[in-house]
Design a binder for this molecule. Sequence first.
Ligand SMILES: [Zn+2]
Length: 442
Amino acid sequence: MATGKVTAQSHTPATTPPDSPRSPSRAGQGDASGSPRRVFSADPSLATLRERRQPRDASQQVSGEQAIRPRAAIPLRAGALASDAERPRVNETNPEAHREHFAAGLGRALKVGLKAGVAAFVVSAGYRAVRNPGDFISHPGATLMGVANLYARTGETVPRQAMNDVLEHYGNHIPAHSACFRVKPTIVPFIGTNVVGQVGRDRTTMEPTDLKLARYAGFVSGISAGHHEYLHCFTHPQFLKAIKDAPLATSINEALTEYFSDNMPAPALSKYSAYDSNKLANGKKWTAAAAELEAVVGKDTLHRAYFGGEAAAIKQVTAAIVDIWPKTPLDNVWRTIRFEPQRYKQALGECFVGLSLWHTNQMPKLSGYHYAFDLLPIAHFSNIRQKDAARMVAQAKAAHKRLGPALDQAFFNMDNEASRGALRQIRGDLLEQWEPVLRERV
Ligand SMILES: [Zn+2]
């Protein structure tokens, strides 16, 4: 994207199940890191099927979003949020994330479609493309891919319809001055492989600047892709700003967006997307996590946060996320502890490490200008010996037993104010109960 802008997420249709058999033709392609393996074939349907990514590796199921190794195909929603580029370690922010499940969704959608007796739609996708031979002439690759994916041609009326649908369902909480009303949607022949929609944002204001839908944007119809993108478009900038620095920002944003989109009327087949099968490191499906969040804070509060950007509602949402999303070490918490009085630093710092090891099986991975020696008498987290690490985990678990949710809010709430408040609530207990594990620096 052009400087000053960040491209926001998009809607990706279906995918391949992690356990689906590999095509023999894939052997030797791609690499072991889950990079896309692309095969260009004269037969577009084969090319599409071979677009599948590596199955999920058990070893990747380790921690945080890192466990969800993107097996996707497209560099499309790189920068779903402004800070994504600065957080390469978080796999969900990988531009190529989430495109992996393509063929899986396709297979599932076809199954459902056949069961529902709507297989005729499948034929109609190609048929509609043939009815528009101009597509083939001007953009043969993208058009062939759209037809091979059995996607319907996105008509000129789809964006307007999608916007009206979103306003009809969620308009109560959408401000009349939303920048989305000024965004002019475009239908484009190609955004990225398996990318069917995209919303661009101003990096500073987080307001939407453009909205694109692919000419071939989904099974049966591109309306669900349109819903998804318009939901992004109407997501309040304050909500995006509140979550943008969190390692789990993309899964939170996409899970809610897809969940809201799924709850809108549209042909069942058009609703399938990669996001419907993506899972968090704690095993929850993204959309199931969104549903759980809605159940905890209530529909009204969730809408006030996501669409209305209301500060109090956003705080309720970020507090509830602590218990629903995987507990992942946060830079903002480490930074807050750095400004605590000296006497608390080691206990809080060691507890931070203990909780990280407990919940993610890994030493904290902090980005930016945060280091182990900020709080602890070591140069790197990797300097912590195994038996010391075990003592930190044991004490962190004991602290959790004593302090309960306050401890989780202190260490895992992405909202600075909330985290700081909870830290002050628990720091006295930790100072008293925590036995320092690491020796003082000499
Ligand atoms: Zn999206």
